[in-house]
Every structure is written in C-alpha cells, then in structure tokens.
Design a protein around this ligand. Structure first.
Ligand SMILES: Cc1cc2nc3c(=O)[nH]c(=O)nc-3n(C[C@H](O)[C@H](O)[C@H](O)COP(=O)(O)OP(=O)(O)OC[C@H]3O[C@@H](n4cnc5c(N)ncnc54)[C@H](O)[C@@H]3O)c2cc1C
Length: 486
C-alpha cells in the first residue's frame, strides 16, 4: 500500500518521503487526476486511489442502454490503476483531518496523505415531485417502464424536463431524441413529446450555433420545446410550472438535481459543494485539492471535471517540486450529443467579458453561455471522440485496444455538413464491414477493435451491432452466449 495506514492493522509500506498522493473517488475526475499526475510526475509521486466501488462506470454513455444501443462503459478500476503504477483501496471516504493529513474511511481506516485530491462527484436529489428520474445507473428500470408503456400506447404525452438547480442538461436532450426515434422504430401509437427547460435556448451554454442545431433536431423529431420554464410537480397528467402555467404530460422524465458531498473536515458552500481556486486547491487548505462535480464550479460535466482534475494534478506536481508554473483551470466545454443518427459535436469557450483569474472561485451564473457563437458540427471536434472529453481519460477510453497512453487532441472544424455526413456514413459502414469480416474468421479481438472504431464514430452503436458486441465479447472470454446468437 502506498499511503501509510495509520491506526490500521494492515501492512505499512515505505513510500517516497513527502510524495504520497491520495485520490478519493473512482469517477472521471479521479481517473483523469491519476493519469494526469502520472504523466506529469512520472514515478516520483506515490499514488493511491480510494474508491467506493471497484469499477469505473462511464455514466455519460448510459443513455443508450434503454434503447438497446449498447451499455454504459464499465472498466475495473484495478485495471486502470495498476496500469498506471498506482494502488487501489476500495472504501468510502467519510471525513478528512487536514491538520493531521489524515483521510478517514467509513470502515474506520485512517489513511495518511501528503496531498489529497477529492473527486467524490455529487449526490443526487429528486428534482421535483412526480418525476421519473433517469439516474444513469442500474439500468434505470423506471425509465425503461415509461418507454415500454409509451410503446404500448399507455401514454399520450411525455415531457423531458431539465431539472432546476445543478445538473448537466445534455443527456435530457439525448433521451428525448432517442425516445422519439425508438417510438417510431417500434410503431408506437402517437405520443406528444416535449422538452421543458429553464434555459432560454436549448443547450445555450454551448452558444448560439449549438442552440440553433438542437432546436432544429427537436423540430425534426416533432418534439415541442418550452423554454424559460421550471417544473414544480407532475400530478394527474399535468406538469405544473413555477410562476403558473402547465404542460400536458402523463410522465415527466428528468435528471437528478445535484448536491455537494459536504464532507466533514472540508469547507462547503450552501449546497455542500467544495470551494476551490483556479488550481483546484480547496479554500484555506494548502495540501487538499478537489475536482469535478463535488466542487462549487456550477457546470457539472465530465469534460469540465477532467479539466479541473488536470489543473489540480499540475498544482499537486508543482507543490511536490516536480513542475513549475502549473496551468490553471481554464474551462473549454466540449459536448457530444447522441441523436440516433450522426452525433453532433459542440465546443464553447468562456465568454470574453469575464475576469479569467476568477473562473474557479467566482463561478459564472449557471445559465451563463460559454461563448456567443460556439461551434456546432457533425465532424468530431476532438480525437478520439470520447463522450467525456477528458484529456488523458478521454484518450484512454477511446484509444484502440492494446495501445498506450496519450492525450486527446482538438481538431479543426470542417464547414460542409453534408460532406461530413457522407464521409461519416462511409467510414461507419467500412468499420462495421471490417468488424463483420474479422468475426467471420473468429478473430474476436480484431472484430471488437473494428467495433471500437465504429463506436468512436457514432458515440453509440446501432442496436444490432451493440448486441453483436456482447456476443463477440462473450466469445473472446470463452463463454459463448447462445441466447444472443442469430
Ligand atoms: C445521464 C448522464 C449523461 C451524461 N453525459 C455526459 C456527457 O455526454 N459528457 C460529459 O462530459 N458529461 C456527461 N455527464 C456528466 C458526467 O457524468 C459528470 O459530470 C462526471 O461523471 C463527473 O465526474 P466526477 O468524477 O466529478 O464524479 P463521478 O463521475 O460521479 O464520480 C464520483 C466517484 O466517486 C466515488 N465516490 C463517491 N463518494 C465516495 C466516497 N465517499 N468515498 C470514495 N469514493 C466515493 C463514486 O463511486 C464515483 O466513482 C452525464 C451525466 C449523466 C448523469
């Protein structure tokens, strides 16, 4: 074990003096922090990851599950942690004692650290009474039931509601668009679909171009849009709105409102989020850093969480004397919207009017746009085009099987959407054809690699290919599944 266990009967291993880094969490920010720190500090830092679960689950990809277009990506933490010369402790961080440099776990362990990176994510709260909350976990049975009932003609109207408070709105639009396609594919009786959002324009945080594009996509899918509206409650086929008014809806699908972890020993704002500066340093604490959804930065997005982790990792490396001038957190928002056909890529940078040095602490209003125009395109704006655009983690998740580490790269935008669509379709067909050819000869590794390429192009595989992936993965593992064959 790298981190010295204090008051615990386990073995204590010697570590490089003063360089024990404990990363608490097992999500996007924690893993990006691990990869970034390893890239910047080499072997000089002794890194331990303390995570509540033993797997990393890419919740951003969970929206495809109800539509049989694949699964949320799941990676055993041990794999990524050991790959990067770190140590995994499975346990729940319950409190921190910064003066003693101790992290306490719920089962009574006390872990010493020289630097601590807190990346616990946020807690989920119900957004409003009556909501069907899509939690991106455990297969979301409540949403699956709504979908099945809609296919069976039991609902005349479904509303997709961007929740009030802290959350990430993009998956709500994905759920609405994918539901529209799913109902059409399954020959469902007509269902009135609507999106209800407090935003002035859909996904306006990405700028005007993205908002225009999302409006167009909703219109094409015959989904009505109600902006500047906050839901109060769903009752008796009626979604009531704050300030009066209502929307007809038998079910209202929404996302959880996020609240901070309020960890004993660390400062918290009114909602329990941890205040940090632009290097991710927790307010008032020299050796404690935080990144991701658990911090007070108002945009709760994986790409942003990763950028915060990069800044924190650089600051930690600098504090250990391994780096000079660590770059601060300067958010760039990258979003990949699944539409059921070619995905859309959005990118936006903070507006020019804001004081750059105050980005992390003096956070912008939650509805602030990152830029006036932004970029919206069908061509991948970064490569590999991972759903969570974290510099190191995005690369690691999107890299072809069997290759090593690297960093995600931004790409130049191509203006011609029709040409981009045609190229995208051709590349997708080629990747799927290659996958099929490899599978025909029983080369499951090569077949899966080709499917990875196809998925990189689409964000989510078409349903029948998602099923083939399950089949081929089972073949590769030596446990063929007759239930999926044919
Ligand atoms: C449906 C959905 C779709 C999304 N789509 C996108 C998208 O397309 N792109 C994008 O960039 N973002 C997307 N997001 C947002 C993104 O998932 C989050 O912003 C991101 O996961 C935040 O990363 P994090 O590391 O801060 O927290 P999390 O990913 O939530 O990770 C927190 C980790 O800490 C662990 N943990 C919690 N408490 C403790 C504890 N006390 N001790 C030890 N470990 C603990 C948890 O088990 C978990 O592993 C989506 C979110 C949802 C719900």
């Amino acid at each position: 074990m790298n981190v010295r266990a204090v008051g615990h009967t386990g073995s204590v291993m010697a570590s490089h003096p003063g360089s024990d880094v404990l990363i608490a969490g097992g999500g996007v920010a924690a893993l990006e922090g691990l990869l970034a720190l390893r890239a910047q500090a080499g072997q000089a830092a002794v890194i331990t990851l303390l995570a509540a679960e033993s797997d990393f689950v890419l919740r951003a990809s969970a929206v495809v599950e109800p539509f049989s277009r694949g699964h949320a990506r799941r990676v055993p933490l041990r794999e990524i942690v050991e790959d990067h010369g770190a140590h995994l402790e499975v346990g729940v961080l319950a409190a921190v004692e910064p003066e003693r440099h101790l992290a306490m776990t719920a089962d009574g362990r006390e872990l010493h650290y020289d630097r601590l990176l807190v990346a616990l994510g946020a807690l989920q709260a119900d957004p409003f009474p009556g909501a069907t909350v899509f939690r991106a976990s455990d297969g979301d049975p409540a949403f699956l039931e709504v979908l099945a009932q809609a296919v069976a003609g039991e609902h005349g109207a479904l509303a997709f509601v961007v929740p009030p408070g802290a959350s990430w709105a993009l998956p709500l639009y994905e759920l609405a668009l994918l539901t529209s396609m799913h109902l059409a594919e399954h020959g469902a009786p007509p269902v009135e679909l609507s999106v209800v959002t407090p935003e002035k324009h859909p996904l306006e945080i990405f700028g005007r171009r993205a908002a225009d594009e999302v409006e167009r996509l909703l219109e094409q899918a015959q989904i009505s849009l109600r902006t500047l509206s906050r839901a109060r409650a769903l009752e008796g086929g009626r979604l009531s709105l704050e300030g009066g008014g209502a929307v007809h809806a038998d079910r209202a699908v929404s996302l959880p409102t996020l609240v901070g972890p309020k960890l004993p020993g660390l400062p918290a704002d009114g909602l329990g989020f941890i205040p940090v500066d632009e290097h991710g340093r927790v307010a008032g604490l020299a050796d404690v850093f935080a990144a991701g959804d658990c911090t007070s930065f108002p945009v709760k997005q994986g790409g942003i969480a990763a950028q915060q982790a990069d800044a924190a990792a650089a600051a930690i490396a600098a504090s250990l004397g391994l780096l000079t001038d660590p770059p601060p957190f300067r958010p760039v928002l990258r979003g990949l919207l699944l539409t059921g056909s070619s995905p859309r890529y959005f990118r936006a940078e903070p507006g020019a009017g804001r004081e750059p040095a105050s980005v992390a602490i003096d956070a912008p209003a939650p509805d602030a746009r990152f830029s006036g125009e932004g970029i919206s395109t069908r061509s991948a704006l970064w490569w590999p085009p991972s759903k969570v655009a974290g510099s190191h983690l995005g690369f690691w998740l999107g890299r072809p099987r069997g290759t090593g580490d690297g960093e995600l790269e931004d790409r130049f935008v191509r203006g011609d959407d029709a040409a981009a669509d045609a190229e995208w379709q051709a590349a997708l067909e080629l990747a799927l054809l290659m996958a099929e050819n490899e599978a025909r000869f029983g080369d499951w590794t090569a077949a899966l690699r080709a499917l990875d390429s196809a998925q990189a192009l689409t964000g989510a595989l078409p349903a029948e290919w998602a099923q083939r992936r399950d089949l081929w993965e089972a073949e590769l593992a030596g446990t063929p599944r007759s239930d999926l064959a044919g």
